[in-house]
Write a protein that binds this ligand. Structure first.
Ligand SMILES: Cc1ncc(COP(=O)(O)O)c(C=O)c1O
Length: 343
């Protein structure tokens, strides 16, 4: 959080650069407790714990909660941290077709009885496509089969829902219908670290048993203060989320009007421009960069070659004029490169 870093600096002055130990020993600071309470409140959960890294949070939580004899079913587009957690756990792993609750239902009907415990892991917003998990349908499937449901909110927290409270707020679902809400503090929350929110007894269990929490140092004071400040700003300034969603809708609408293939992106500030060729995607990103537009090229093998794309991230600070200029430049460069995709 540039320009508003004084809470992070103050935290260093007060508590140092490291908490120098596991939270269970001497590593806990009041800042951690405040952050965890703020995260739980934002998500509408009873409690939360934070860890020093977002990727490691998924790895340790999944690795800890399921094991041999269990099954993890995850969305086919799951992030690497989810896949690594599955590997660590020793549980059987099965992907289900992206965001397809009916396919998940069919899979569980077939195999649920073979396993002691089944964990379904999805993401709130998918980072390559900017689409939103069909949470109401997935919750019904979860209930029908008696399985645990975990959502990684990396790209939905601070982003969707009227006040940026994520996919739970977006769909207005009963928060206790989801067993574990995990996420990272490194995106909308301007810091570095991860969290898991759940009911009080689950969080208490994790606090005393989760290897990545028990055997690893807690978040640094500066990181903790930075995300605490970001959360408080989010609560105090919901107009930022409104502006973000208006900007995202403006960009996606103009891009589609210009013939850009923005895939299934909707209601999120992640808007792909599917080019379908890694080399052209790279050239397009370079041409836009030279015009002052920073956009990530997403190339094979991160996505299949025919889905190589630019991935635009819109922010609440973009002006409508910047958005219009970016779409005009994108359409022009697509034409120059002969990369106009099928709309
Ligand atoms: C869906 C998802 N989960 C977890 C992570 C890991 O977060 P971090 O980079 O803060 O470790 C990321 C990061 O890109 C992510 O996209």
């Amino acid at each position: 959080m540039q320009g508003t870093s004084s809470p992070a600096k103050e935290a260093i002055e007060r508590c140092g650069t490291s908490v120098s130990g596991s939270r269970l020993l001497s590593g806990s600071r009041r800042l951690h407790v405040e952050l965890e309470s703020e995260v739980a409140d934002l998500l509408g959960c009873e409690a939360a714990i934070t860890l020093a890294n977002g990727h490691a949070t998924n790895v340790t939580v999944i690795g800890h909660l399921v094991g041999p004899g269990d099954l993890v079913v995850h969305d086919a587009l799951a992030h690497d941290s989810i896949l690594q957690g599955c590997k660590l756990s020793g549980a059987t792993r099965r992907p289900f077709p992206h965001n397809d609750a009916a396919a998940l239902d069919a899979l569980l009907t077939q195999v649920r009885h073979q396993y002691r415990r089944v964990l379904v892991v999805i993401e709130g917003v998918y980072s390559m496509d900017g689409d939103i998990a069909d949470l109401p349908a997935l919750v019904q499937v979860k209930r029908r089969h008696g399985v645990l449901l975990m959502i990684d909110e990396a790209h939905s927290i601070g982003v969707i829902g009227a006040r940026g409270r994520g996919i739970g707020e977006y769909f207005g679902v009963d928060r206790s219908a989801v067993d574990l809400w995990s996420g990272t503090l490194s995106k909308a929350l301007a810091s570095c670290g991860g969290y898991v929110a759940a009911n009080r007894s689950v969080v208490e269990y994790l606090r005393y048993t989760l290897p990545g929490f028990v055997y690893s140092a807690g978040m640094t004071p500066a990181d903790t203060a930075a995300s605490l400040t970001a959360l408080r700003m989010l609560r105090a300034q919901p107009q930022r989320v409104v502006r973000l969603s208006a900007n995202a809708a403006l960009f996606a609408g103009l891009a589609r009007e210009a013939g850009v293939n923005a895939g299934d992106s909707h209601d999120t500030p992640i808007v792909p421009c599917v080019v379908g060729d890694s080399l052209r995607t790279l050239r397009l990103a370079q041409a836009l960069f030279q015009q002052g537009i920073s956009v990530n090229p997403i190339l094979y093998p991160a996505v299949p070659e025919e889905l190589a794309r630019l991935r635009f991230f819109i922010t609440c600070d973009h002006s409508p004029d910047q958005i219009r200029r970016a779409v005009t430049a994108l359409a022009r460069e697509l034409r120059h490169l002969g990369a106009a995709p099928a709309a």
